[in-house]
Design a protein. Structure first.
Length: 261
């Protein structure tokens, strides 16, 4: 089970220096919800997951890993825009595992899309495709902005398509006022196509799961619906139970175990 830690990188480092636990550092609470399920599937009770309150903190700790006298710390990091640019050489290390897609949610979707799509009805597959089209087109604009400002910092963490200010119920299109507030302009066509063709890896994974949440929320009353956490639980447990070698999550679990053996 993950341990929540509200402290900054400096204090986290001092905590790790005094710890003898096999520790897996993860970014934050969203990752904790997922890695708790993975942790439940790891028989080794000597492995502890510790939140770092964000990617910046986690990478700051990795930059100072040589200050740790022990080698019992493994770093798990979302790739974010490295999924497009590639992982910088300084972060290519056996002790740092990056997600295959933009985030852990992308890896869950890649492994479990057949499971998630089996929960949809025929007309809902059409809605899914429409939502993916709209979000990829807008997301390409946001990526373009991030590259133009030189920071490569996507400012989309506060955006959710579950808000009716962003996208009305039963719609697959963004609200005009929302797009205007984001200074939306069509991005280079090549980027939009690249995102659409490989959305399961390159589109922010939280948006993928918001798509499914939106579809389920818009079902008729008394219909079966699923929350994001329920979807995580269904997919991760089924994927790990199947234990297929080509599964991203199975490989992730095995890498964690191998690192500490």
């Amino acid at each position: 089970m993950a341990r929540e830690n509200p402290l900054n990188a400096e204090i986290l480092l001092e905590t790790l220096k005094r710890s003898s636990l096999n520790t897996v550092l993860i970014e934050g609470i969203d990752d904790s919800e997922i890695y708790q399920i993975i942790g439940d599937n790891i028989a080794d009770s000597n492995i502890s997951f510790l939140e770092c309150n964000g990617r910046a903190n986690l990478l700051a700790l990795f930059d100072r890993k040589d200050e740790l006298s022990n080698s019992n710390v493994l770093f798990l990091c979302d790739s974010d825009l490295w999924v497009i640019d590639g992982v910088p050489e300084k972060y290519q290390s056996d002790s740092l595992i990056c997600t295959n897609g933009y985030s852990i949610e992308n890896d869950i979707y890649s492994d479990g899309k057949h499971i998630l799509q089996s929960l949809l009805r025929n007309n809902e597959n059409i809605k899914l495709e429409g939502l993916v089209d709209s979000i990829c087109k807008w997301y390409a604009h946001e990526i373009s902005l991030a590259y133009k400002n030189g920071t490569k910092d996507l400012r989309v963490s506060d955006v959710t398509i579950l808000s009716t200010n962003v996208m009305k119920r039963y719609s697959t299109k963004f609200e005009d006022e929302f797009l205007e507030s984001r200074n939306y302009k069509d991005a280079e066509e090549g980027l939009s196509i690249t995102l659409r063709n490989d959305f399961e890896r390159k589109l922010r994974g939280k948006f993928i799961f918001q798509i499914f949440e939106k579809i389920f929320q818009e079902r008729r009353k008394k219909s079966i619906t699923y929350t994001r956490l329920q979807l995580f639980d269904i997919v991760v447990n089924m994927v790990l139970s199947d234990n297929l070698d080509e599964s991203i999550l199975v490989c992730r679990k095995n890498k964690i175990l191998d690192f500490f053996n």
